[in-house]
Design a protein around this ligand. Structure first.
Ligand code: PMP
Length: 320
């Protein structure tokens, strides 16, 4: 009764009952072959709307598709759908410069086979939403024994549906302990990978330092933007393995002065404490430190359309 055939028939029954999409997404439902990328659109100071680095997001979507054996989507297809969704939702977007709208592009393996395999087709969705006013409160993160988000050769460096699922229970546990995120470590508990679904930055001996892209860290587009902005401003940036012990010792002795986390939805978010094995390690400032504040402002200025967009990151949905 519980054999494969039986489950398949149940799926077909669901289809007849009015969930036709189920019949065509066996790869997504049964093998988790889905890739998701998030886009942010901003109201610029001149009243127009622009998407931040859509080319990078679409490239990452296709990298994920390749790894999960889904077909590639072409840039124009994604861009025109994202644009159409923004045009539909634009009425929700306040006139205030920097107000933002978040969208998700989803690729889900098509097919009716029960055995996972490469997908010849995929469903492509763009989901739109207006974010709640971004909470700019400083973040707290803690390590968690017994959970690993990513390992070399896995899919933790891609935005897959399953990759996000892995973090749901740990994030709940961290929240129950009064934290916002898990401070993700490698399997040996030695190196810092990420802060929840955000990339981690530290100021260590005055150097802006972020864990290297070692195939366990998601190549965040905000992370890349901060690194580029820093290099452009002549600020030293180190992308290298970052040991947890070095960070915790540095917070205590004052050599690690700041921490922040980056992501499309959060921008540059200050992190004010890190928890490990029952101890809380607090940074000197309970607000954004000077380096964090500087990069937050540099990026926000571009998102508001108030700073010069030297890298051509903001792509308007209609040309002015
Ligand atoms: N890590 C993970 C696991 C993510 O899903 C994301 C995207 N929310 C990030 C980091 C940040 O990447 P980005 O700056 O491209 O949003």
């Amino acid at each position: 009764r519980t054999g494969k055939r039986r489950s398949w028939q149940r799926l077909t029954v669901a289809d007849r009952d009015g969930i036709p999409a189920l019949r065509h997404t066996a790869g997504a439902l049964l093998a988790g072959q889905t890739v998701v990328d998030e886009f942010a659109a901003y109201r610029l100071a001149d009243g127009t709307v622009a998407v931040f680095r859509p080319d990078s997001h679409i490239k990452r979507l296709n990298n994920g598709a390749r790894r999960l054996a889904l077909p590639q989507v072409d840039f124009d297809r994604v861009w025109s759908s994202v644009r159409a969704m923004i045009e539909l939702d634009e009425g929700w977007l306040p006139q205030r410069a920097g107000a933002s709208l978040r969208l998700r592009a989803v690729l889900a393996a098509d097919g009716t086979e029960l055995t996972p395999g490469p997908a010849d087709h995929c469903l492509f969705y763009v989901l739109g939403s207006v974010p709640a006013a971004a909470a700019k409160k400083p973040l707290k993160a803690m390590t968690l024994d017994g959970y690993v988000r990513a390992w070399p050769g896995g899919t933790g460096d891609l935005r897959t549906g399953g990759g996000l699922a892995v973090g749901v229970v740990p994030a709940e546990i961290a929240r129950n302990y009064g934290n916002d995120h898990v401070l993700w470590l490698d399997g040996e508990g030695r190196h810092v990978q990420q802060i929840g679904e955000l990339n981690a930055f530290f100021v260590i001996d005055g150097v802006l330092t972020t864990p290297a892209l070692d195939r366990t860290v998601l190549p965040g587009i905000t992370r890349d933007s901060v690194v580029k902005l820093a290099r452009d401003a002549g600020t030293a940036v180190a992308e290298r393995p970052v040991e947890l012990a070095e960070v915790l010792k540095g917070i205590a002795d004052g050599s690690v002065t700041e921490c922040f986390a980056t992501g499309t939805a959060d921008g540059v978010a200050p992190v004010v404490s890190l928890g490990h094995q029952g101890e809380e390690y607090r940074f000197a400032s309970a607000e954004a430190g000077p380096v964090t504040a500087r990069f937050r402002e540099l990026l926000d200025g571009i998102h508001r359309g108030e700073s010069v967009d030297r890298f051509g990151w903001m792509r308007r949905i209609t040309e002015v």
